[in-house]
Ligand binder design. Structure first.
Ligand SMILES: Nc1ncnc2c1ncn2[C@@H]1O[C@H](COP(=O)(O)OP(=O)(O)OP(=O)(O)O)[C@@H](O)[C@H]1O
Ligand SMILES: [Mg+2]
Length: 647
């Protein structure tokens, strides 16, 4: 996976995903709470409607009771009694008129009382008040009672009337013949009926049919919470024909007061969720249409003596309720898209920033592997990357140092091997030459001694022979010295004294060339090593310096400590060493000097001595001309042992 994708995923998952989950959970939780609140609110509203209707119906019923107990009604009771006995009361017309007028006036004040009837015990209408007016009675053909409506002649209805508790307001359905709307199901509301008692006997009935205006007025003005649709339907286990009759409905425009020839019904036969729910529980809520609508309902018993009840329901579209939440969800979705885009852009930038040094580091590693050991990375970027970069640089430095050390060690080993093999050979040659040389010298002495006088030229030749033989002798001594490899005898000596002694040994040469030798040495400095062998080294270096220097030049001998090593520098201002000779100056018999001036053994012998002290010699050209030869020695013999153990 690319670094950019990786960073994007991590940044997105770590920062945005928890936020999204949090936001969506918060919204879902708020939505649930809101729906709960809505439920409570709608239920409370239904409760208020029920209480209001109940309160108004109570007052209506109180009015019916006050009608029943009014003076015109009381005065009319004897008329009713006479009717029961089959007599026509003498004050029938006068009292009927008075009661009719009274009831008409009353109806004018209370328009919700659509019809007021006074019935005799047979259920026939003696007085009927409609639209604030009395209905003129028609005289029965056989009898002479002027009934306001046709005689009922319905024994079931008469029995129902007879069963009514006296002086108690009840509700009843008039027989079909009395329904003003010609419908098989009957009016929307039951009629109120009150048995009128005269001298402890039921003399007739006061009956009031309602227009439903009152219920409409209440229901029309209550607020529709959340655009809910209000509906009232009848639940009637007693009269299946009325079960599920819709009395009031916002969606259908149905009202209590609207008399329909064919009233609407909730699918009572097939089963209706509202009716089913109301039959199970008097109030509650349920969802319909695949959860699109939520219906809250409450049952109300409007008639004290009937099992019929009204189910008030409010149907709320869930879409209306959850729309704001859906909008927030949509907004979050957009935010997620925008955040994802921003994350990608940032991840891109971040990946570039992070990967650039890593790629650079990778390139450097490859370059290093390909042999460019001088390659180093620039430190920069994040802390971890800086660490990697400095680790790489450190590794490269360490490897470079190790390579240098290895090369130096290898060079020294080769040098030592070379010296050893040459030394072996030189020792053999020196030994073999030494005897004949001694013989030559002895013979020249004898010839010189026995030569008669006057042979001057022969004597001169013999003298030259002796000189040449002596030169060969000194070369052979040098060879033997080189080959001898005597182990160092360690002593501790003062460096300053030792150097002064050494300088005095080359004094003759230096003075002849007017060369100044300076000592820059701490008088307390101490050296541990073979005093004589090390002096031989210093003499060699000083002679080389003198031989390379011009007259009047100066040589500086100094000492310094470097960790557990002691450094002795011999610095001259002579002609320096040619670049191509630098690798060969330690080779035995390598010399740039005139024949007879130098044997080329000085540095190789010196290196042999110093290496036996576990030290080293470095000879470099100075930047301002001349050469600095540096002898590096361990501080003490213990260090030598340590180094020896390690090596
Ligand atoms: N200080 C120096 N300045 C210039 N060249 C030097 C110096 N020291 C050494 N050399 C060079 O290194 C060569 C080898 O030196 P080395 O001391 O081994 O031999 P040599 O001096 O020539 O002879 P020998 O020391 O045996 O008399 C010298 O011939 C010279 O070219
Ligand atoms: Mg020399």
């Amino acid at each position: 996976m690319r670094l950019k994708t990786n960073i994007f995923l991590w940044a997105f998952l770590a920062s945005i995903l928890p936020l999204i989950v949090l936001a969506l959970s918060a919204i879902t939780y708020s939505e649930k709470q809101y729906l709960k609140d809505v439920g409570r609110e709608v239920n409370a509203s239904l409760n208020n409607i029920v209480s209001e209707i109940d309160r108004r119906l109570y007052y209506e019923r109180q009015m019916i009771l006050s009608l029943a107990n009014s003076a015109p009604m009381k005065q009319y009771l004897p008329v009713l009694r006479s009717m029961t006995r089959g007599d026509l009361h003498q004050g029938y017309f006068q009292l009927s008129d008075r009661l009719e007028n009274f009831l008409s006036g009353f109806q004018g004040v209370v328009p919700g009382f659509r019809l007021i009837r006074v019935l005799d015990v047979e259920g026939n209408t003696l007085i009927k008040v409609h639209f604030g007016m009395g209905v003129v009675g028609s005289t029965d053909g056989i009898e002479s009672t002027p009934y306001a409506e046709e005689q009922i002649d319905d024994p079931v209805f008469v029995r129902q009337l007879a069963e009514l508790p006296p002086s108690v307001l009840s509700f009843i359905l008039l027989p079909k013949s009395r329904w003003s709307v010609k419908d098989s199901r009957g009016p929307k509301m039951f009629d109120a009926i009150y048995p009128l008692v005269y001298k402890k006997e039921t003399a007739g009935y006061l009956m009031v049919s309602f227009s439903g205006d009152l219920a409409d007025k209440i229901l029309d003005v209550v607020p529709r919470l959340h655009n809910g649709k209000l509906q009232v339907s009848e639940l009637n286990p007693d009269i299946p024909a009325r079960d599920g009759m819709v009395l009031y409905d916002d969606s259908l425009g149905l009202r209590f007061s609207r008399r329909d020839t064919s009233p609407m019904f909730l699918g009572a036969k097939k089963g209706n969720p509202l009716l089913d729910a109301a039959r199970n529980k008097p109030h509650g809520e349920f969802q319909t249409d695949a959860g699109e609508f939520k219906t809250y309902y409450m049952e109300y018993l409007p008639y004290p003596n009937q099992l019929a009840s009204w189910v008030l329901s409010a149907r709320v579209s869930k879409h209306v309720l959850v729309e704001p939440f859906d909008q927030i969800r949509l907004a979050i979705l957009w935010l997620v898209v925008v955040a994802a885009l921003i994350s990608m852009v940032l991840a891109n930038i971040g990946a570039k920033n992070i990967s650039r040094p890593i790629i650079e580091l990778g390139r450097n590693l490859k370059r290093y592997a390909d042999g460019d050991h001088g390659s180093r990375v620039q430190i920069g970027g994040a802390d971890e990357i800086r660490q990697m970069e400095s680790s790489f640089n450190y590794m490269a430095d360490t490897l470079e140092h190790a390579t240098e050390e290895r090369d130096r060690a290898r060079g020294m080993m080769m040098q030592s091997a070379k010296l050893a093999s040459i030394g072996e050979m030189a020792a053999g040659i020196g030994h073999e030459i030494n005897n004949p040389l001694n013989n030559i010298l002895t013979l020249t002495k004898l010839i010189k001694r026995n030569l008669p006088a006057g042979n001057e030229s022969i004597l001169k030749d013999i003298e030259s022979l002796r000189e040449e033989a002596n030169r060969v002798t000194s070369i052979v001594r040098g060879i033997l010295n080189f080959a001898r490899q005597i182990p160092p005898q360690y002593t501790q000596f003062n460096a300053l004294d030792w150097l002064e002694d050494t300088l005095s040994l080359v004094q003759q040469v230096s003075k002849s060339k007017h060369i100044e030798c300076h000592l820059l040495v701490d008088p307390q400095s101490v050296i541990e090593g073979d005093r004589i062998q090390l002096q031989q080294v210093l003499v060699n270096l000083l002679l080389n310096a003198c031989q390379a220097s011009d007259g009047g030049s100066e040589i500086i001998v100094s000492m310094e400590k470097c960790g557990d090593r002691q450094l002795i520098h011999v610095e001259d201002h002579g002609r320096g060493i040619a670049e191509h000779d630098l690798d060969r100056i330690f080779d035995p018999f390598f010399s740039t000097k005139e024949v007879g001036e130098g044997s080329g053994l000085g540095l190789s012998i010196s290196l042999g001595i110093v290496e036996r002290h576990k030290g080293s010699i470095r000879i470099v050209n100075n930047s301002d001309g001349g050469v600095t030869a540096t002898v590096e020695l361990p501080m003490s013999a213990n260090d030598v042992k340590k180094n020896g153990d390690n090596s």
